[in-house]
Design a protein around this ligand. Structure first.
Ligand SMILES: NC(=O)c1ccc[n+]([C@@H]2O[C@H](COP(=O)([O-])OP(=O)(O)OC[C@H]3O[C@@H](n4cnc5c(N)ncnc54)[C@H](O)[C@@H]3O)[C@@H](O)[C@H]2O)c1
Length: 397
């Protein structure tokens, strides 16, 4: 992998070129902190940031442990970038988010400790983890410029009203239209492999969360099983109905389904809710981190199903029996598309998201907004077109 170059990733290369990032060097003199899935597609994004002026020695990447891939960690470290990669949890009986927040807070401390610098601190964020950490340190917040990749993170930033420059890539049309189908497909592929391994053949799926990704998930799942959708948004429920899906309240879904897929970005099920499940049910996270199922105290060695890696501190690599033992919490409640080895989406495809984040990072550095703003639609078109292999005109400089 270390031998690949930006030229192997035409969407990133074209974004770099069309936005004139080598000439304008928007990342020169900047500290960079990225909280990201460390997959092979992150390597050319790092290369693009360096081509745009970033100093590898001033870049820190904190990996999401559940999705981290050693080859990518290695390739980034070879480039002189600091990668904080915690391969195991300290205590799986609590949410992973707690540990990640602690790790990132430590990195922010390191970055703002010592002789004061006023250089910008570019946060390439997922789930607002780095932004939350910076928000507790005024000296970090004053320097922060943020590009956010997830809807959950963008919503948090919006509600927090920090008044710092933030570019929202998460809710861009380009991401919803081009990335969501890719991710949904990777979820369904991951799910099929897990069900085979477990020897389970569910017949009725309950999909919770019919958003940007959930609508694709519902359509793909419906090819194999009966699907019932539940979403707290009335508009989303109407959309699901119009797409031909059955719609129910949460109680109805829990009662009638034997496969539950959460795609909300928030908590949908707690331990006391397990008695509401009408059938032995396979519980699947179709979103991010381990937030959909607040069943963390049940991630204990005695509940592990043989066949995983057996390491109690790597809950994402194991499935757990929960309830009276008849339900299965897949991949410890982490996203099913990251379970197992390999990468859920090829680096060539996922460069789309990396290129949108590169463009967002350039936007927040070159013309920092007063608060939260969307990724420039003309730039979305440019990246989307590069991804789809079409030529477009460069946006006005
Ligand atoms: N694993 C991956 O590779 C990957 C990639 C992209 C996005 N994601 C994650 O997928 C999740 C969904 O993303 P999205 O872009 O579709 O978000 P979205 O905001 O478009 O959709 C979420 C939907 O869930 C609904 N919802 C929220 N809380 C609910 C609840 N308690 N009960 C029922 N419905 C509820 C909302 O009304 C909304 O319609 C996010 O967590 C995102 O970070 C994961």
């Amino acid at each position: 992998m270390n031998r690949t170059t930006l030229a192997d990733f035409p969407v990133l290369a074209e974004t770099l070129r069309k936005l004139h990032l080598v000439e304008s060097a928007p990342f020169r003199g900047v500290d960079v902190l990225a909280v990201q899935h460390v997959h092979l597609s992150l390597v050319p994004l790092a290369d693009a940031l360096v081509a745009g002026g970033a100093d590898p020695e001033r870049m820190t990447i904190v990996s999401k442990s559940y999705s981290s891939r050693p080859a990518a960690v290695h390739a980034l470290r070879e480039r002189g970038i600091r990668v904080v990669d915690e391969p195991r949890m300290q205590d799986p009986r609590h949410s992973y988010e707690r540990e990640l927040a602690r790790t990132v807070a430590g990195v922010v401390e390191d970055l703002v400790d010592g002789p004061g610098t006023t250089d910008p601190l570019l946060l390439i964020d997922e789930g607002s983890v780095a932004t939350r950490a910076a928000a507790t340190r005024p000296v970090a917040l004053a320097r922060a410029r943020v590009v956010e990749q997830t809807t959950r993170g963008a919503r948090w930033v919006e509600a927090a009203g920090l008044g710092i420059p933030v570019v929202d890539v998460a809710r861009s049309d380009a991401k919803a239209e081009l990335e969501a189908p890719l991710v949904a497909r990777s979820m369904v592929v991951g799910l099929a492999a897990v069900l085979d391994g477990l020897g389970r053949r569910p017949r009725r799926a309950g999909l919770i969360g019919y958003g940007r990704m959930g609508n694709h998930l519902a359509r793909l799942l419906a090819a194999d099983v009966e699907v019932t959708v539940h979403d707290i948004g009335r508009g989303q429920s109407d959309l699901a109905r119009r797409a031909g899906h059955r719609v129910a309240d949460l109680a109805g879904v829990l009662r009638d389904c034997d496969l539950l897929v959460g795609s909300t970005g928030s908590g949908i099920l707690r331990e006391p809710d397990l008695v509401r499940l009408g059938y032995p049910t396979v519980l699947v996270n179709g979103a991010s981190s381990d937030l959909e199922y607040e069943l963390w105290p049940l991630r204990v060695p005695a509940a592990m199903i043989p066949g995983g890696d057996g390491d109690p501190r790597r809950p994402w690599a194991n499935h757990y029996r929960v309830g009276a033992g008849e339900h299965v919490l897949v991949a410890g409640g982490f996203p099913v598309n990251f379970h197992g080895g390999g990468e859920p989406i090829s680096a060539l495809d996922f460069q789309l998201t990396r290129a949108l984040m590169l463009a967002g990072a350039a936007q927040v550095m070159t013309r920092p907004p007063a608060g939260l703003e969307m990724l420039d639609p003309a730039v979305q078109d440019l990246v989307g077109a590069a991804y789809l292999g079409r030529a477009v005109r460069e946006p006005a400089r």
